[in-house]
Structure formats: structure tokens, C-alpha cells
Design a protein around this ligand. Structure first.
Ligand code: HEC
Length: 139
């Protein structure tokens, strides 16, 4: 190699090293930004959103189904719901319980709990209903 060729290759090598160093540090910065953003979102949500237990109380579910969801004279216990419902179907039930009254289980309920009927929660926030559904299916 001639002298100028050596200089050119040294220059190129330094350039390439700087280029990659630049990219690596840049990547680290963006990932740090992202994680602090998601962290903020998470803390914001947890300070404003209600838990499933609070929602069950606020929506009046506990008044009829009992404070531990074990049932009362007005409404059945809400346990083993995953035997009968999936996430989608339970959500759809809460939004429109009237659609299910023809099923045998519900005909029994109508006889057993003549004084009350499961109200429709179609007006409620779908995310909050989803939270209740997840909670109920996990019990
Ligand atoms: C006014 C009383 C009342 C309130 C309030 C109420 N329910 Fe009900 N619920 C009933 C009755 C009664 C039934 C039995 C079905 C029927 O007769 O309509 C029932 C049935 C159900 C079922 C079906 C049970 C099964 O075996 O599949 C679910 C699930 C349910 N309720 C969840 C809820 C949730 C969640 C809330 C609150 C968002 C709620 N209920 C609020 C009275 C109530």
C-alpha cells in the first residue's frame, strides 16, 4: 500500500467505527424514552382506573349477587362462570341479558328469583365491562 492509500483506509475505518457507535447510542436513547413513556402511562392508568372489585360495587352487581358474589335471595352466585361462558359471550350477556332468557338455566333462574331480573349494562364503558368479565371468569 502507498502512503495515501493507508491514510484513506485509516480514515475509512475511523468513519465506520464512529458511524456504528453513533447508531448504538442512538438506539439506547430511544428505548429509554419509550420505557419511561410506558411507565408514565401505566402509573397514570392505575391512579385513575378502578379495579374490578370496585366496578362490581359501583355497578351494583354486589347488591344482588352478594358482597362475595356467593349469591343472595335476589340473584344467583357468580362462581364457575367459565363453565358456561367465554370472554366474548359473557361480555355480550352483560350488555344484553334479555337475549339469553330462553336458555334452560335462565328459565330456572326466573323461577328461583322472581323478584329480580338481571339488568342490562349495555350503556357501560366496554373496557370496564371487559375488566369485570376477566375478573369473573378467573373466579
Ligand atoms: C337487580 C339485581 C341484579 C344486578 C344489579 C345484577 N344482577 Fe346479575 N343477575 C341477576 C339475576 C336475577 C340473574 C339471574 C338471571 C335472570 O333472572 O335474569 C343474574 C344473572 C347474572 C349472570 C348469569 C349467571 C350464570 O349462571 O350464568 C351473570 C354473569 C351476572 N348476573 C353478572 C352480573 C354483573 C357482572 C353485574 C354488575 C355489572 C350484575 N350481574 C348485576 C340480578 C342482578
Amino acid at each position: 500500500m502507498t502512503k495515501p492509500q493507508i491514510w484513506v483506509s485509516i480514515f475509512l475505518a475511523v468513519f465506520i467505527i464512529l458511524f456504528f457507535l453513533g447508531r448504538i447510542t442512538k438506539k439506547e436513547e430511544t428505548s429509554r424514552d419509550l420505557s419511561s413513556e410506558t411507565y408514565n402511562e401505566m402509573t397514570e392508568e392505575s391512579s385513575t382506573e378502578l379495579s374490578a372489585e370496585q366496578l362490581l360495587n359501583n355497578f351494583g352487581c354486589l347488591n344482588c349477587h352478594g358482597s362475595n358474589l356467593t349469591g343472595t335471595q335476589m340473584a344467583p352466585a357468580l362462581n364457575n362462570l367459565s363453565e358456561h361462558w367465554g370472554k366474548e359471550s359473557l361480555l355480550s350477556y352483560l350488555r344484553n341479558p334479555g337475549n339469553y332468557l330462553n336458555e334452560d338455566r335462565f328459565k330456572e333462574y326466573r323461577k328461583k328469583y322472581p323478584s329480580q331480573i338481571m339488568p342490562s349494562f349495555g350503556e357501560k364503558n366496554i373496557k370496564e365491562l371487559g375488566k369485570i368479565v376477566d375478573y369473573l371468569l378467573a373466579h
